[in-house]
Write a protein that binds this ligand. Structure first.
Ligand code: UDP
Ligand code: GLC
Length: 384
């Protein structure tokens, strides 16, 4: 079977989870396909390093004024901009079997491209379309466009798919494709990362709990800091930056970490690329989303790093962790329960080691790059 020609379209080029997921599929299709970015950023460089043909549509810069931070909201002027970029994408897509839109703005542009004679559109939906994040109007616009113009909607978990259906999306469009991970990137790193702890000034005998998420209220770093203030010797590693401008939240976190009880126990690392090594420098990894997480890449990464993961219930986390079997699932927004789960991990070392082994095996098979690429191939089969 000939590989399809895909025009991957991404509005954002910041390295968030959705973009890291895109890298794997674009790499798998790099011999026949290309990526068009509507903004420039670190994603372009990563794709270039991997030999994926990529171009930044400079004329799309004006889309920055089109508001999507709280979903999809269009003024007449922005509709004009979207229309113009949609026309360009339609032209570029003439040589492709399909357009793969990796985010909401990218999808709106792709839907317009389809309307103007462009290739069939696959929307890769990485978000849970629920009321606490997207207004009713935004959900209606997104789902109506999907029902009219998308040939398929790929979702990153069943939970994301369920929310799409509840918002009015058509079931026959849906295909679930999980994120994929290369376990070798974790296996090739030594399990002993004590030197990293030394560099960070963390005493070797102290328990370390890491969080590997962009700094955002939704990701819930404050919950981990509050839990740490209940556990007198635990050190916290905060890896990640405020990728989408949540600077107020960062200030709030600094205030929570300031009192003497936490002082010196919270380590701010900013955005890092050496995730496997940093995970192995931790004893446990927490994922504290305050609202349902669509998938949660860092949970699988923790499992591949052979570190116990604690995540909050809701969204796709239940498709990665079976509570007590491959990690711990706790209710969101509850620092006390998080502190109790952390204590349990450190007090029952044998049960924790068994849990970690089971989680590693599951992550290696269920979320391997070949298995998710196969699911991706099947999801787009027959489209041209
Ligand atoms: N990540 C990273 N550097 C950091 C913090 C996070 O590369 O400093 C990666 C992390 O390893 C994961 C992704 O960013 O692969 C975050 O994806 P996830 O699905 O967990 O959350 P998102 O931010 O996409 O909602
Ligand atoms: C989005 C979601 C995250 C998911 C990632 C990759 O960033 O917020 O939960 O893991 O996409 O699909």
């Amino acid at each position: 079977m000939d590989r399809q020609k895909i025009l991957f379209v991404s509005y954002t080029a910041v390295l968030g989870g959705g973009e890291l997921c895109l890298i794997d599929f674009a790499q798998a299709y790099r011999d026949t396909s290309q990526v068009v970015l509507l903004t420039d950023g670190a994603l372009r460089q990563r794709l270039e390093e991997l030999g994926v043909p990529v171009q930044v549509l400079a004329s799309a810069r004006s889309l920055a004024d089109v508001k999507v931070s709280s979903g999809l909201m269009f003024s007449l002027k922005s509709i004009g901009e979207l229309w113009r970029i949609g026309k360009q994408i339609a032209n570029i897509s003439q040589d492709s079997d399909l357009i793969h839109a990796n985010n909401q703005k990218g999808f709106v542009v792709a839907a317009i491209a389809r309307l103007l004679g462009g290739a069939p559109v696959v929307w890769h939906l990485h978000d849970i379309l629920t009321a606490n994040i997207f207004s009713a109007t935004n959900r209606r616009v997104a789902v109506t466009l999907a029902n009219w113009f998308a040939t398929r909607v790929i979702v990153n978990s069943q939970a994301t798919g369920d929310a799409f259906l509840i918002a009015g999306g058509k079931r026959q469009l849906l295909r679930t494709v999980y994120n994929g991970f290369d376990s070798q990137k974790f296996d090739q790193i030594s399990d002993d990362q004590m030197h990293l702890r030394d560099e960070l000034g963390i005493p070797r005998d102290r328990p370390v709990v890491g969080m590997f998420s962009r700094l955002s209220y939704w990701k819930g770093q404050h919950i981990l800091l509050e839990a740490a203030s209940l556990l007198t010797d635990v050190h916290v590693l905060l890896v990640g930056d405020a990728l989408f401008g949540e600077s107020e939240y960062t200030e709030q976190l600094k205030k929570i970490a300031a009192p003497p009880s936490l002082n010196g126990r919270v380590h701010w690392l900013g955005f890092r690329q050496d995730i496997p090594a940093l995970m192995k420098a931790c004893d446990a990894i927490a994922h504290c989303s305050t609202a349902p997480e669509p998938f949660g890449r860092v949970i699988v990464e923790a499992q591949l790093a052979k570190r116990p993961a604690i995540a909050t219930v809701g969204g796709g986390t239940g498709e990665i962790i079976e509570n007590g079997v491959t990690g711990f699932l706790i209710p969101p927004n509850d620092p006390q329960l998080l502190a109790a789960a952390i204590q349990k991990i450190f007090s029952d070392r044998i049960a924790t080691a068994q849990m970690v082994d089971r989680a590693y095996l599951q992550a290696q098979t269920k979320f391997s790059i070949p298995s998710v690429c196969l699911a991706f191939d099947m999801a787009i089969a027959g489209i041209n």
